[in-house]
Write a protein that binds this ligand. Structure first.
Ligand SMILES: Nc1ncnc2c1ncn2[C@@H]1O[C@H](COP(=O)(O)OP(=O)(O)OP(=O)(O)O)[C@@H](O)[C@H]1O
Ligand SMILES: Nc1ncnc2c1ncn2[C@@H]1O[C@H](COP(=O)(O)OP(=O)(O)OP(=O)(O)O)[C@@H](O)[C@H]1O
Ligand SMILES: [Mg+2]
Ligand SMILES: [Mg+2]
Lengths: 259, 259
């Protein structure tokens, strides 16, 4: 039984990659077999957990344009044995033009992951999306069971939310009837400011019942961890950021009715 | 004599919009006639300085697809008389498909701004770009004299820089020989962390002579200002964020040899 989760929000810098990496690492460290798919040409998820994105071929781009079998793109994390990744790098920008005239262009990722799941029993596949609602993020949402939206506790973050919800509804109608809004997680929350509290109030009102109780605080250690190529639980386990992602993982598992 | 400046970086959330709004406002408040063009479908620059993006037609999308004359898209700021804006909203996402088969698709903005400058004497035109290197940002770089790159003082920010420099070089070779790397500005600098210092050292080494001396500190007031629809000089003039953007404006004017 496998769940595929897209971590998406077209607003930039809201914590998509940080949430993808740390939720994936925490799930893996809780004994779940996890695959993290980096679907951003920036390759931040790939480098953020310590891989060198420029010498990993085949990668997700070659998988999407069917130059490589999905099997062959999977790498195992050296320290966290249940954690695997499909790496990305700048070549992925090419997907846009390569797939433009292909009638199946929006279903490429879905087909690849289906092939992959025939041979691997990943319990969770997390997809880190780029900051746009273009062909890559649409591919992710069509391939997924669930959508997780990180929202920064800042003003602009609220403006963009209706956009991704509209996209979810459109995809649900046209291409993936079972795509579910799994939840919203507030990130970079600064306890000292009214702004964070106001945004939280507004978001909880707008998404009644779908906002995780756990809020990820702004924490310097979370910003430092990727420069060491580590998820936060390996970089500074007892930091506020790490404790928050551990709590979020517990909430995620509860929502799935699993321990 | 007019200068057109693109404010771009495909990494999300690095302070492109915050720099566009506040540099535009400070230049206008220094007596320069300024136009801020919002080229992001999120419309953050439009709402960040107090306009309602969903009831401003015609906007930049209609200008790009030539449904509206450039003249007709300009709005004047109610409080800062030298500041004007071409607003944006979600319709701009449509530009991608609308222009896809048009051989002049990458020159639309350049043509519109040239028409506009025939009748208006804007001294500075600032273009706020979305977090990608797609058709919109390419249009901006082809239309521009200068490129200003905000870089967040964080780990991932360094990874993406080579990408936008490659794009600059490609555009300079193929479409805009005079496009100049005007400068790099460090944003969200946190004096308390080593990470910010390390990123600053790395960036100043990498871009010798092109990084502005002024560094924009992380400042809660900068994050609050857009929720009041104001640039920082109207929201909290004596805050650290405001003082930094005033200093940056002085440096920008010095580089242009103007007072
Ligand atoms: N809770 C946090 N506290 C402090 N820093 C954070 C936190 N979450 C993320 N960051 C930092 O903020 C920056 C933006 O986060 P991240 O890159 O995860 O966002 P993103 O949504 O993936 O960005 P993009 O839109 O470019 O893909 C990064 O430098 C990251 O290290
Ligand atoms: N110096 C700063 N101090 C504190 N907060 C800041 C600062 N600069 C920007 N911010 C806040 O950080 C968030 C990201 O900034 P901004 O939206 O300007 O980035 P961007 O690069 O335009 O993002 P996008 O990639 O989505 O276009 C916003 O909520 C903004 O208010
Ligand atoms: Mg990311
Ligand atoms: Mg922006």
């Amino acid at each position: 039984m496998s769940r595929i989760i897209s971590i998406a929000n077209q607003k930039g810098g809201v914590g998509k990659t940080t949430t993808s990496i740390n939720l994936a690492a925490c799930l893996a460290a809780s004994g779940k077999k996890v695959l993290l798919a980096d679907l951003d040409p920036q390759g931040n998820a790939t480098s953020g957990i310590g891989f060198n994105k420029d010498d990993l071929s085949p990668n997700i781009y070659e998988m999407l344009i069917q130059k490589a079998a999905p099997e062959d793109t999977i790498r195992r994390h050296p320290f966290i044995k249940n954690l695997h990744i499909i790496p990305s790098n700048i070549e992925l920008v090419g997907a846009h033009n390569d797939l433009h005239d292909d009638p199946r262009k929006y279903f490429k990722l879905k087909h690849s992951l289906q092939k992959l799941l025939a041979n691997h029993n990943f319990e969770y596949i997390l997809i880190d999306c780029p900051p746009s609602l273009g062909i890559l993020t649409v591919n992710a949402m069509i391939a997924s069971d669930d959508l997780l939206i990180p929202i920064q506790s800042e003003y602009y973050a609220m403006e963009g939310v209706s956009l991704i919800i509209k996209t979810l509804q459109k995809i649900r109608k046209k291409a993936n009837t079972s795509l579910n809004l799994f939840g919203v997680v507030l990130t970079m929350y600064d306890m000292r400011t009214n702004l964070s509290r106001q945004v939280e109030e507004e978001i909880r009102k707008h998404f009644t019942g779908r906002v995780f109780k756990t809020v990820i605080p702004r924490s310097i250690r979370l910003g430092e961890a990727p420069s060491h190529g580590m998820p936060i639980i390996l970089y500074d386990l007892r930091s506020a950021g790490s404790q928050a992602y551990i709590k979020l993982t517990e909430e995620v598992l509860e929502r799935y009715g699993r321990k």
